[in-house]
Ligand binder design. Structure first.
Ligand SMILES: *[C@@H]1O[C@H](CO)[C@@H](O)[C@H](O)[C@H]1NC(C)=O
Length: 383
């Protein structure tokens, strides 16, 4: 009888737990310095759209302690505290602090993991930081082990760091995650995948920036599938599906994989405004957006305004993402339709959920329609 009851209970688990997918949302605190409708503060975060929110970024001091990169926002204006206080609205919400990011480079992280005593200093500093500001966990965004000035020993040393962090974090019940490179060539250079899957609570795979203005031709930022024009093995590796398969084939547990989706696109200036196809020659990045101010990059909140103002939108059915153009300006991006397809894909592959880079470029002011269309689509698609 008890056995039958337990059997019944175990069979009921999938339906009971149908809402256990993770939606891990990054917040780049520098968006507080944007102007007008682009300015994004902690108070703009809807605490019900994500299961985990991640504050980006802190850095690493040369003595391997945590470096608060922006003490004005984080401490003086109480950004860390306000971020963590979002849990008073949604008690299920988890908060993490992310260290690293592209601008931090790789060399200091390589030095930190290279000795047991450096790692110990770092781990103690991380724990002190988490305790002081009351986060739930820590997210490692080292871009990337054994790349950009790191050495080949980084792969093994990173595993040592993760093993030691896991041991210490278990004492406190802290979450430990990492944001990792997506394409197979980069994964093979940087990671011992089975070890990452063992020691991390979840793995944020950065399945975006797969094409961008650093290429000399137009391409999709985060295509789900390859284009017919992708012929070489390398070209065929630069899509979300290939990246996720690569992580699983190398030994990542699918349930630990949190698949990156982008609330932004990569923009280009066309060489010839008569050729707007995928693979069209470009002269460089597209014009900077009025909020984000960076050539080659536009937030969805900027893209949707262009679309509403009459840019031509094309649905790329091979890659399952849209692109848009006007004159010599071209952008490959994600919209609620492509996001819905990606969430369905993440579910079909048994992944842990999706990660969103980043909160401050969804249409959080509802300038183009309803508020936070990308984040709301994710929530709807997981329900
Ligand atoms: C590490 O370096 C930082 C920044 O220079 C400094 O504020 C801190 O006191 C140092 N910590 C130790 C333990 O030396």
């Amino acid at each position: 009888m008890l056995f039958l009851l337990m059997l019944a209970l175990s069979f009921s688990i999938p339906s009971v737990c149908s809402n256990t997918y993770k939606v891990v949302c990054y917040h780049g605190n520098w968006a507080a310095y944007r102007s007008g409708d682009g300015k994004f503060s902690i108070s703009n975060i809807d605490p019900y759209l994500c299961t985990h929110i991640v504050y980006a970024f802190v850095g690493l001091n040369s003595n391997f302690t945590i470096n608060i990169l922006d003490p004005w926002q984080g401490v003086d204006l109480a950004g860390f505290t306000n971020f963590n206080n979002l849990r008073t609205k949604n008690s299920k919400l988890k908060t993490l602090i992310a260290i690293g990011g592209w601008n931090e480079g790789s060399e200091r992280y390589s030095a930190m993991v290279s000795s047991a005593s450096n790692r110990k200093t770092f781990i103690q500093s991380a724990i002190n930081f988490i305790q002081k500001y009351d986060f739930n966990g820590f997210d490692l965004d080292w871009e990337y082990p054994s790349q950009r000035g790191g050495g080949s020993a980084d792969i093994a040393n990173f595993v040592s760091l993760l093993r030691e962090m896991r041991t210490e974090f278990n004492i406190y019940g802290y979450l430990l995650s990492a944001a990792v490179a997506a394409p197979a060539s980069s994964v093979d250079t940087s990671y011992n995948v089975p070890a990452l899957s063992t020691y991390l609570d979840f793995i944020n795979v950065m399945t975006y920036d797969l094409h961008g203005p650093w290429d000399s031709v137009t391409g999709q930022n985060a295509p789900l599938y390859p284009a017919s024009s992708d012929v070489t093995a390398f070209q065929k590796s630069l899509n979300v599906d290939a990246c996720i398969s690569g992580w699983i084939e190398r030994g990542a547990s699918p349930s630990k994989i949190v698949m990156g989706v982008a609330t932004y696109g990569r923009s280009y200036t066309l060489q010839n405004s008569g050729n707007t196809n995928i693979g069209a020659p470009t002269t460089g990045g597209g014009a900077a957006g009025k909020y984000s101010g960076e050539s080659g990059y536009l937030g969805y909140n900027e893209i949707c305004e262009y679309v509403n103002a009459g840019w031509t939108v094309v649905w790329d059915d091979q890659q399952k993402v849209p692109y848009a153009y006007k004159g010599n300006q071209w952008i490959g991006y994600d919209n609620p339709k492509s996001i819905a397809i990606k969430v369905a894909y993440a579910k079909a592959r048994g992944l842990g959920g999706v990660m969103v880079w980043s909160l401050e470029t969804d249409d959080f002011n509802g300038k183009c329609g309803s508020v936070n269309p990308i984040l709301n689509q994710i929530k709807t698609s997981f329900n």
